[in-house]
Design a binder for this molecule. Sequence first.
Ligand SMILES: [Fe+2]
Ligand SMILES: [Fe+2]
Length: 476
Amino acid sequence: MTNVKTYQSYRGLPSLAGLASIEDAARPGLSVEACVARLKGYHYAFLRMHEIFTARITAEPIYELKTGFAHHAYLCAEHVAALRQRIGEMREPPLGLEEIPHEALQIFFDEIRAAPTTEALLLGIYEKALPALNAAIERHLRDTNPIADAPSVRVLRFAHLEIDDMLDFGRKGIECLVDDATYATYRAWLTGLDELLAMSGALAGAARALNGEPTRRFSASPHVYDRAPKRDERFQDVWNQGVNAEAFLYTPEMPAKAKTVMMLYKRLREIDVPEMMASIIVETKGKPWDYYRDMSRQLWDEARHAMMGEVGFVALGVDWTRACITVNWSHRLNTECTPIERHAVLYFIEQGLMTKTGKRYEWEVGVESGIPLMATIQDYDWADEVLHAQLGRLWYIPEMGDWKKALDYGDQCWSRILSNWQAVKDQGLTRHANWWPDIYRQACEAWGEPPDANALAFAETYEAARADLKGVGGSA
Ligand SMILES: [Fe+2]
Ligand SMILES: [Fe+2]
């Protein structure tokens, strides 16, 4: 007589499609109801972390964290989407995905959202929230039936893999930024987070009543979103509009290699797009989840474009901190426009990138320069922008009715923002210094080539650009 221990598959082939042993699959595991209750907990955790990461991108000064949060927000958005889909497969209409699984879990994430410093945020997310979620997922993978619940297992294994990567980033970040004294400041708060997690059933759908009510510390007062972009100290002279990058790029007699240096500037300057898009996502409520997922994907792409600029500069041997990576665009859109106006401007700019002087041209310059990395950067930048134009058609145009109205509205919104060239100068925020010759010379030295006289002499600023900001090429 065979049993789960002695049963043999045909000629010793892996049984059960390679997913599990008969013995493991013979254990009953979780009911659909219990499984769904747990999945909803993970869904809520990813949803809240997406919200928290996104809300921090703009005002986080440190560039490595800003781009890291952009990445992690996007990963959370994808896992929310995957979990929603899986829960929808499990006899769950109505899904109840907007319900809060447990009040203590809500407060747990409210507390992290309200973390008063970057250090507290890092500790809350990477020492508490993500490890708790990962532990819950590990428990789920042990508890559930590997064949009956294989679709959940697949979704959760992928989530686990990416949480591990996120934790690796976060723990290194904590090592670099949080010293013992700072850690001590937050010890009581972190213990409070542990208590909230325990009360909520530690994401396992099994709440445990503790003595007393869950308490709020940082989240005791209402949450205030900070939409003003901030930068770390490597970003100097951030109101500078002294080098008109587009004018340089579209001057035919400028050499392709010099143009690539300006394109790297434009790429790195794109760090303003995540800063701006994050505010749209945070301040636009009530959309289907696919909207937030797509917008977060685009936001992450724009962070990648900035990082491609960073990589390109470093590979070239150029110190990018001596270029002025302006914050003007995101600051003005975030503080002077509504979310839909910001989206309209973004769409208007991205449509412009689809013309023959847009992304195709930048790729052609990259190829012509003979610098293979530049061709790669611009090739993928172009592909991403085609995707972004599609996302604009999907999510922005329907808001306006039709394509023509949508484009006109974007044009109008951007035209309304008048140039602040003189104003920032008068306020002493910048003298619009020409940083270009220094950056270009560094590149030429690295190449071992003399600078092109024409390119070196370039001194066109954004001052003469039209009074409306349209002449100040946004590069989304
Ligand atoms: Fe971009
Ligand atoms: Fe884009």
